[in-house]
Design a protein around this ligand. Structure first.
Ligand code: BTN
Length: 210
């Protein structure tokens, strides 16, 4: 079931209060306390897309979500890249982000996309600035279809799909404890990076492009 609401603190926090079924979801026109990854906040003015959905746990779920968003955007004419694990970039700027939160065997997946809203962040971009507009309910239905279908795929196929949209392989990145060059994505979804000593490091947290 999709719950549609005018305003909420955070669609992720709202879903987390209930014991819901897979694919139960909420979309809000705005959020007063939108949350981003790593404890950051997520600007959530009217015009943006703020959606959360309950999904089954899967090692590669963050990757699957990124691919699914990029595919729906592509079908609407928008060429997006995914910065591992699931930042959605267009022209090198952030169009959207995903916040996955574990709740038992379920995961609350929150998706924010800049649509008709203006973000104050310099390195962000919106669909309206790109000259595009997507119906939000249509986006949700296509996104859920993609998720359902990707859940049936093998890890190998999911990684292969991810590589179509990836923008990190071969790039120099930094993370909390170091820096290095991205080699590949491991089968369990970790990012494999070669550090300055030639060691392979398997990362689970986000990285920054240098
Ligand atoms: C990020 O890139 O840091 C993730 C941003 C996720 C934002 C979305 S908007 C809908 C859902 N509700 C929240 O409070 N956060 C996510």
């Amino acid at each position: 079931m999709i719950n549609v609401i005018d305003n909420i603190d955070s669609t992720n926090s709202w879903l987390a209060q209930f014991n819901l079924d897979f694919f139960d979801s909420i979309i809000s026109l705005k959020q007063s306390e939108g949350r981003g990854r790593q404890g950051r906040s997520w600007e959530s003015h009217e015009g943006g897309f703020y959606y959360s959905v309950v999904l089954p746990n899967n090692d590669l779920l963050p990757i699957i979500v990124g691919i699914s968003v990029a595919e729906v955007l592509y079908e609407n004419g928008i060429i997006a890249k995914v910065k591992w694990p699931n930042d959605i970039l267009v022209e090198g700027k952030k169009l959207g982000g995903v916040l996955c939160q574990m709740k038992g065997e379920k995961v609350i997946v929150g998706l924010g996309i800049n649509m008709d809203n203006k973000s104050s962040l310099e390195k962000s971009i919106s669909l309206s600035a790109l000259g595009f507009s997507i119906d939000k309910l249509d986006f949700i239905s296509k996104f859920n279809e993609k998720i359902n279908s990707a859940m049936e795929d093998s890890n190998e196929d999911i990684i292969e799909q991810f590589l179509i949209y990836d923008c990190l392989i071969g790039e120099h990145v930094s993370w909390k404890e170091g820096n290095g060059q991205v080699v590949k994505l491991a089968e369990d979804g970790r990012l494999v990076v070669r550090d300055s000593l030639g060691e392979l490091i398997f990362l689970t947290d986000e990285v920054h492009l240098q």
